[in-house]
Design a binder for this molecule. Structure first.
Ligand code: DC
Length: 227
């Protein structure tokens, strides 16, 4: 029997992460946060001082990517992410690590090194896979493919709200500039650029609440999963 797969692709700040987690809960499916893998890889390579010399030390970087020691520990405070047994759950969400992730994600050999790890998440009873190339590259066989987008301004505003709620003082202009730079890099890279699959259901969440987007998604997914 083929494992049921729901893919959610789109730019950062579109609400993908929140919605993917809600969908995994609703359908009782496994959850793959592929962005977290790129963030962990960026962090790991940066700790080993390899970010500035990725071209000349690519073989070493690929080896690190294939052998990353990552654990997802599900507990009362949600899923904790361990890298080499160190809790990096909060560290990987910082803007700095997001930048590192976007850099390593542009390198084809490093993307390839993470493919097997992502495929391993496709297990019964099913998977919700959140990322940029879930439908176009990793799980083209998915039954339900969603592309969730939102204007750069509304994504920046959401990010500012999140960071302020964490007690951080941030300027929207800085966040917007970051988002635009990262979108550009993710969309223009040669390998697996961010774009909707030809058969994806596209949702623009700029003017919608999480609940409204969730409703649209589940209506579409329910139809796709019975077919
Ligand atoms: O979704 P995120 O912000 O956690 O992703 C971090 C970076 O990783 C983002 O700049 C793009 C990259 N990424 C990717 O290239 N492919 C994926 N499937 C997921 C993330």
């Amino acid at each position: 029997m083929t494992v049921k797969i729901i893919t959610i692709d789109g730019p950062s700040g579109s609400g993908k992460g929140t919605l993917a987690a809600k969908l995994a809960e609703r359908y009782q499916f496994h959850l793959l946060d592929s962005g977290a893998l790129y963030r962990i890889l960026g962090l790991s390579l940066s700790k080993k001082n390899l970010i500035e010399s990725l071209d000349s030390q690519l073989e070493k970087a690929v080896d690190i990517a294939i052998n990353l020691d990552i654990k997802f520990v599900v507990g009362e405070q949600g899923t904790q992410i361990l890298l080499d047994n160190e809790n990096v759950t909060n560290t990987i969400r910082t803007e700095v690590v997001g930048e590192l992730a976007s850099k390593v994600a542009a390198i084809p050999e490093l993307r390839q090194a993470l493919v097997a790890r992502q495929n391993a998440f496709a297990q019964e009873p099913g998977l919700v896979a959140d990322g940029r190339d879930m439908a176009t590259a990793i799980f083209p066989q998915a039954q339900a493919k969603i592309y969730l987008t939102a204007s750069a301004e509304s994504r920046a505003q959401r990010r500012v709200n999140q960071l302020q709620a964490m007690g951080l003082d941030v300027k929207i202009s800085d966040i917007l500039a970051n988002i635009e730079a990262r979108d550009k890099r993710d969309m223009e890279r040669v390998v697996a650029p961010l774009k909707p699959a030809s058969d994806a259901y596209i949702i623009d969440s700029s003017e919608l609440s999480i609940d409204e987007v969730f409703e649209l998604m589940t209506t579409y997914i329910d139809q796709q999963l019975v077919n």
